[in-house]
Ligand binder design. Sequence first.
Ligand code: C2O
Length: 500
Amino acid sequence: MKATRRGFLGMGAAVAAASLSGCGPTSTHSTTSTKPFVFDASAPLRVRKSFWDLTDAEVRTLCKAVGYVRNTYLPTDPRKWDNYASIHAKHCTGEAGTDPHGMLQVHWSWHFLPWHRGYLFFLERILAHALREQGLDDSTFAYPFWDWTVHQGMPNTSERQARNLASPLWGYDLTQENMVTADTLGFDNLALYNGNRGPSLEKSGMTPDNEVSVDSKAHIIEASHYMSPEYINLALRLPWEQFGGLSEIKRTSQGILEAGPHNDGHDWVGTRFGSNRDMGTLKFAALDPIFFMHHGNIDRIFSLYRGEMPDVNGPWGQQTYTYTDADGSDVTVSVKDIMTTLTNAVEYKIPSDNALVPAVPFKQTHMIWLNTAGRVNVVEQHASSQSRTITFDFTHDESIPHDLANSVALLEVQTGPLMRTGRSLIQVYIDDQYVGRIRMLDGIASSTDSTVNHTFTLTAHKFKELLGFVSNPRHFRLTLVAKNFTGPIEVRQIGLRFLQ
Ligand code: C2O
């Protein structure tokens, strides 16, 4: 991408693991020969727009491309939609370094952002090619993104919304077409539809009112925080390790872009706390056309990152991935290729209702430990065997310098060994106000681990409340609500890490 797309970063903080389900085993990839991808520099720049900003004509073109790839290619054609989706499924089962075909796991680590950038890029090439096969002009074609920072619900276009028409993601024009029979409008009016979604036409917004269970309502509140402009704009200023993830491939190595808005977006479209709706299960997620709009937005945010990223001449850049190209052949690209050539081949048009700004990343860090002698009282209450509350009353914070008043603060909690059962999480409240969840950044997130100390960092979620400490640091209460841990929870250190 042009100038807008340089960096990525990440901060991975405290997003609790969302419930996006993993995938079970899939069949081994049958290799054909792969060749290094060579980009033809005369290919048109793909300018991706917010779905909201698409014209009706552009939606029709998108439907013609997606519908053709879904329905016209033979089942044996690797470009057929379902086959392309299965590439993603294979990449959520592999273990790093053990698969001779490079089908490594591309979630939960720094592979996440570049791999999905490449995956979008080659889908777009396949779709452009499909337009040409239909005798259509593909020169201005690009896959749109779902800007959920502004449109927290099943996205529609502004033209259709102005006419009070439902989103084409439900089928193109519900006033003229039924969604079952073949279309008569000259394009595939079901191209963007997927029946395995949680939201319905009647309840298409990301709001707690549309949810039934208490857990689902809580999930939606969390999702809309992580998918808000406030959160993303802060995330964009965080160090790479937290924004884009760590080099190890394990659940705790996700950057916050993956762990927060990405996972929650999948879960919202798919299904929370369960399985079997496409977007909620990695193995099936890419079957839904909204997957690529969701990842378009993730990738757009990645393109706004201005922090320092890992060296593309180092191990990150040398990693290679294999994708299906527009002619159906397998091609190999490196992360370095993705971060240079592929990045420059795409541009994100600033949405008409844009809420995100690239910003200078935070530079310095300054750590202040809160629970040194005399500064804190610890109160532990056991609400139940499943959930417990640990409260800290901070009363002596004179050591927090006033010149940190404009800093963003991360909350860091170090504990002794923890025993987890099931889906454990720790929620954090400041003065009884929920400020976020924390996840493990180190240690093993297994249910049987009883030896490793853990450090949790609360991410950029609602930093305003953390900043509030600084303006009135003498009295505040920090509450940790820990769910599904057994045995003692020993909190060893609590600190604020200031970023400027
Ligand atoms: Cu590969 Cu959104 O997941």
